[in-house]
Design a protein around this ligand. Sequence first.
Ligand code: XMP
Length: 585
Amino acid sequence: MPPQISVLDAGGQYCHLIARRVRELGVYADVHPSEVSATALAGRKGIIISGGPSSVYDPGSPDVDPAIFSTPSAVLGICYGHQLMAHHLGGTVRKGEKGEYGLAFLEPTGAAALFGGLDRKESVWMSHRDLVTAAPPAFRVLARTETCPVAAMVDDGGRLYGVQFHPEVVHTRRGQDVLRNFLFEICGCEKDWQPTHQIPEVERQIRETAAGRNVFFFASGGVDSTVAFSLCLRALGPERVRAAYVDTGLMREGETDFVREVFEAMASGVFQVVDASEEFVGALAGVTDPEKKRHIIGEEFVAVQERVLASSHFMDGQWILGQGTIYPDTIESGGTQKADLIKTHHNRVAGIQKLLAENRIVEPLSQFYKDEVRELGRAMGLPGELLDRHPFPGPGLAIRCLCSDVEDTPQETEDGWIIPVRSVGVQGDSRSYQPVLAIDKQPTEELALAATYLVNRLSTVNRVMAVAASHAHIGAMKVSRAAITEGRLARLRKADATVRRLTATSGLDAIVWQFPVVTIPVGTTARPDSVVLRPVDSVDGMTASAVLMPRELLDELCTELLAVEGVCAVFYDLTHKPPATIEWE
Ligand code: XMP
């Protein structure tokens, strides 16, 4: 049976969000590249064409097979999808200069099933440059906004809809109702999706793929690989699954014990800790260049994983590799490129390459989104403490412990103090390392607003941070020569554990998406390091905004952090991504 709904990815960051929203309404949806043929989509009740950054007039811009407009499937074009529909069917798309980004008010000009139950004037989220100025022949205009003459349209048959706004984002207040109308009133879908009901089928597939062989995992302690492991354990039993966890010595406080407990609670004897901390920390000794640090960690992972594969008979034909790959990682879109980047060190392991080439691999989560993975984990009894944890980067604390190969001093400018440490940013297409601007003021909404503006204007810094608390004035601080040492890691571990404890009790950790705690080699002789707080809000890590916290909590954090041995100041990173990144390296 084909899925009832398919979403065509026209290059927008929203295509997975659309599919997730459809699934939240209880209807399974999958994602395809926009050019997929109408024949391959046969049998769908509905097709949704996503938004995207292109113009229908750009050469090589994403297109769809025009035959999809004359099949029995209903079609909903969103934003770029709306323009594409108008363009193919004889409407007019005007090239926009400035565009419209943000909230707009939708004024209905005619009744339609898509807007059933909505108020006369609804607020919707717009993000577009080009716009449809005339609907195709045999179409009716359903709504306009101040700038869009054709903000929504429908064909005479009531099967083809186009909307300029984004129903899938939360800022479109009744967006989920619009999607609900499309699914149930227009396409005639039936509810067929509840992730936890899939568990027996996923278990069956695991048994089928394993075909009598066993499954082993390189566990990271993250949500995906742990839930994937748990599914394999249910499907195959404790005799046939194993997990190896590499302790790099770059872990947070208590991390290895926590992961061991989670796995031991699932089944005893299936989990093995490979202690490689001396190797990792040893290989990083004296290294200060951020990209070199990452490279060394990647190399060490490769070496340790090869060793585990060779020593445990995992290559003897009786084993296949389990991975926690989730749905967005399997589709060619923006999300994938990032995933490829992050997981390179896994794919470079020769043994793993061999297993991949021989198709000896099982990925039980390949059809699920992150929220659905959490639901599966919950249904299988995994602890909330694991399922709700923030993402944590593979290279661990190493990329949060900044280093320096020179001694230097902060420079005062009219905008604040330039602190000569190397922090990464994403101005333009590539990662670049630049100093940071510290402003000797408390973190406020106003300063956060100014931060992006300042980074753009100065173009010599990647970030702006406020000074939350300090033992010394910035002018009296210096940058010292520093690499990764056990002592500096212990300091960072302590600061990180302090932040995690206080944000857990205050409830802040539940509302931020991630909260890196970073140490930079900036301070005084007695207190050579400072702590940077980096709480962010995000949906998928691709973009993020800096988050402020209640004053009381910040005061409490500062008091405890300034009491940590060797810590001189507490800074607060106020920069969004872009122009900064979430992590500092
Ligand atoms: P950035 O710093 O690029 O981070 O804004 C985006 C997200 O990716 C995580 N991240 C990593 N995760 N290995 C990982 O497993 C890595 O090398 C890595 N680098 C960044 C980061 O924590 C954030 O969630």
